[in-house]
Design a protein around this ligand. Structure first.
Ligand code: GLY
Ligand code: MN
Ligand code: MN
Length: 462
């Protein structure tokens, strides 16, 4: 964990921003996988981690703004636990490490919240993303399970997002550590991507590298020769010459900061002409977007810039036609690029998304588009120094989407369906990097992972 001063400062900033009432941040519980004693690997809630730093299950943090006091609630282990887990520090000892002087056993939390409600003070909490947390909140606050989300504190959500969006140098260093491991994961995958191997052998090697480095993967590994399925988690295909392999994977550090990197390589290590032509377009979109990132510019505009680079590249190949600005503003490119350029990255891969994507990525000034493709942009708002985000353009040939749009006669002035039909066996390409917005521009984080055609062919031994 960081020095206790950091957690104290974060909580104090939150007190200033939320101004009054009591903030309740529930830590996560162990969750059963297939029977109660067999749990999913434990992941602490990121807001709890950010403000209270402790990685253990069954804790709750309270920030009493009106009385300027912080609390951790949790039960000390007893002999039944010690037999299975060994000795554990007390809640008090753990709380001291993150600068919290006040601790209480868990049953006291309900009493404190009851008292707060009686006093007519507001209890601030964020939207739960787990059923267990939603039930716990319902019990603690005496509200119906289905009504919990109606009582979410938007002031708290906005205050947390304001703080967590700006990464400190220490946080950026943690993210770079996670990218260091992602470098090993991706270069290993590249070296293994030869005909005859099964996807799961490579996906398993990547996951093993993440675990050996101290953290789990930051999301289930996406690895497929069917990269046209954007989040493909099926790993049973055998790699064959002529396919592209998309690997979208990252890891968490021991402090739960994440990396999220995508590389796409030709099976066997040598791009054919068709693969190279599409790859260069995606690479150009990735590089042009990175070049344009700087504080003050809406990320939505960088997304649209990347879409224009993609559309122009596809026009040069004859796959698109007509006026490119017009095509992108109407959303015609989305048949080949049906997602956004990127998202915030931090302790969550889609950072803070549990509190609501629109609060993270949009604001009063910049609202989400309703056009297919552009509507999937997760981050649209103006960039600020300290934001860490992903840049992940892609081109995909999705047979079902091509067929549907063609049947509907959609955007026939911009899309060459006859040529698109000949790419239905292509798959997809995505290239994703993690970027820090600086005072003057941006910096690609971490050790550079092979990205150009020449770099990929070299590392794959071709
Ligand atoms: N790993 C999912 C994404 O890139 O957003
Ligand atoms: Mn991503
Ligand atoms: Mn990714």
């Amino acid at each position: 964990m960081f020095d206790k001063k950091i957690y104290i400062e974060r909580r104090n900033q939150l007190k200033k921003d939320v101004q009054s009432g009591l903030v309740l941040l529930l830590g996560n519980k162990e969750v059963a996988f297939n029977y109660p004693a067999n749990t999913y690997s434990f992941r602490q809630d990121s807001n709890f981690l950010y403000f209270f730093g402790l990685h253990d299950a069954d804790l709750a943090g309270v920030i009493d703004i009106d009385n300027q006091k912080d609390f951790i609630f949790g039960n000390d282990v007893d002999m039944d636990d010690i037999i299975w887990m060994g000795n554990q520090p007390s809640v008090k000892e753990r709380a001291e490490k993150v600068g919290v002087d006040n601790t209480n056993p868990m049953p006291k939390l309900a009493e404190m919240l009851n008292e707060t409600i009686k006093q007519g003070r507001k209890i601030h909490f964020v939207s739960p993303y787990r059923g267990e947390t939603q039930m716990q909140l319902a019990d603690l606050l005496g509200i119906k399970y289905t009504n919990v989300k109606n009582y979410v504190s938007i002031e708290l959500v906005k205050a947390i997002i304001k703080q967590r969006s700006i990464k400190s140098e220490l946080e950026v260093a943690e993210i770079e550590k996670a990218i260091e491991t992602a470098y090993d994961m991706h270069t290993t995958a590249m070296k293994m991507a030869h005909p005859g191997i099964i996807e799961q052998q490579i996906a398993g090697a990547m996951e093993g590298i993440a675990i050996a480095a101290g953290g789990p993967v930051s999301f289930p590994v996406i690895l497929s020769v069917n990269g046209q399925t954007l989040h493909n988690h099926y790993h049973g295909n055998v790699l064959t010459e002529g396919r592209m392999m998309v690997a979208d994977a990252g890891c968490e550090t021991e402090m739960n900061y994440c990396s999220d990197i995508t590389r796409t390589v030709p099976v066997g290590g040598k791009f054919n002409e068709r693969q190279k032509a599409i790859y260069e377009i995606v690479l150009n979109a990735n590089l042009k977007a990175i070049e344009a990132i700087k504080p003050g510019i809406p990320y939505r505009d960088i997304h649209l810039l990347s879409a224009k680079v993609v559309a122009q590249g596809l026009k040069d190949l004859g796959l698109m036609k007509g006026d490119i600005d017009e095509a992108v503003s109407k959303g015609a490119h989305a048949i080949f690029y049906p997602h956004g350029l990127g998202h915030m990255l931090g302790m969550d891969v889609h950072d803070m998304e549990g509190m609501g994507e629109n609060y993270v990525g949009y604001d009063e000034e910049i609202k989400r588009s309703t056009i297919f493709g552009t509507a999937f942009v997760r981050l649209g708002k103006r960039l600020q120094p300290g934001f860490v985000l992903t840049v992940e353009p892609g081109i995909y040939f999705i047979p079902a989407l091509i067929d549907q749009w063609r049947a509907e006669g959609k955007f026939t002035e911009y899309i060459n369906y006859d040529l698109a039909d000949t790419y239905k066996d292509f798959g997809g390409i995505r290239i994703e990097d993690d970027i820090l917005v600086t005072e003057t521009g941006c910096r690609v984080l971490g050790k550079p992972i092979p990205k150009t055609v020449a770099e990929i062919e070299a590392i794959m031994g071709r």
